[in-house]
Write a protein that binds this ligand. Structure first.
Ligand SMILES: C[S@@+](CC[C@H](N)C(=O)[O-])C[C@H]1O[C@@H](n2cnc3c(N)ncnc32)[C@H](O)[C@@H]1O
Length: 235
């Protein structure tokens, strides 16, 4: 898969070689990388798309976890290729795909109760070449059956209904919650279960435009995504 970048920085994911239409003209996409021009003479760059390029172009059904937050979850929980990871709900599969890439070739398990979202996630996994996610079409509140989990990632409305004691001692239950009222409820719940709250984080990123004499925050910024609660089982 190729990534085309136009002279304004806009990115296009191109799935197959051949002519590709943009509003700045038609570009011939081939196996070569580097600078090219559209038939209207506009500059484009053609490069191989990497995992993050493709993920950023994947379909979003329900609200997906963005790379900035997935990366933080992976970094702060220290997961690696031997980690047992369970994710719920699968939704569009963005977080599941990111976590699966880290533990590859080990499989992760992802719970999703709605079949229509499983379809979207599967398509996204196919586009990304991710084959190590086992999706369970089940209600994680009552049907979670893995044990000794290193990371239980919970991106659903009521994580306090999940049996977080299936996390092993030393492992994490991480909740991704848009509302602070949910955060307070999850923190109380996790503490009652003997978890240590290692971090409650808001992870905003601010992009700047730096070009010539221009050096200022970009006018259009990503707004609030969600808070992250890192609860670690310690007893
Ligand atoms: C915000 S989306 C998850 C997005 C996903 N983390 C991503 O990065 O694409 C929440 C998902 O949880 C699912 N869900 C909600 N409650 C659930 C439950 N009890 N068991 C399984 N899935 C559930 C919803 O159907 C929805 O698809």
């Amino acid at each position: 898969m190729k990534l085309l970048i136009d002279f304004l920085g806009k990115k296009y994911l191109v799935k197959k070689k051949g002519k590709f239409s943009t509003k700045h003209g038609e570009v011939s996409v081939d196996s070569k990388n580097g600078k090219t021009k559209s038939h209207l003479g506009k500059d484009f760059y053609q490069i191989d798309a990497n995992f993050s390029d493709i993920l950023n172009k994947c379909k979003r059904g329900p609200q997906a976890v963005l790379l900035k937050d997935s990366a933080l979850i992976a970094a702060f929980t220290g997961i690696g290729k031997n980690s047992k990871v369970v994710d719920a709900g699968t939704g569009s599969g963005w977080l599941a795909a990111y976590l699966a890439k880290i533990v590859f070739p080990k499989k992760i398990v992802s719970y999703e109760k709605r079949k229509e979202f499983i379809k979207i996630a599967k398509k996204n996994f196919e586009l990304l070449g991710i084959k190590n996610v086992q999706i369970k079409n089940a209600d994680v509140y009552s049907e979670l059956n893995e044990r000794n989990i290193d990371l239980l990632a919970l991106d659903l409305p009521e994580p306090w209904k999940v049996d977080i004691l299936r996390v092993k001692i030393g492992g994490y239950a991480v909740a991704y919650l848009p509302q602070m009222t949910q955060v307070v409820k999850f923190v109380n719940f996790a503490e009652e279960k003997g978890f240590l709250i290692e971090h409650v984080i808001e992870n905003p990123i601010k992009e700047w435009k730096v070009k010539g004499d221009i050096a200022r925050p970009k006018f259009q910024q990503l707004g609030h995504t969600a808070f992250l609660v890192f609860a670690r089982r310690v007893e």
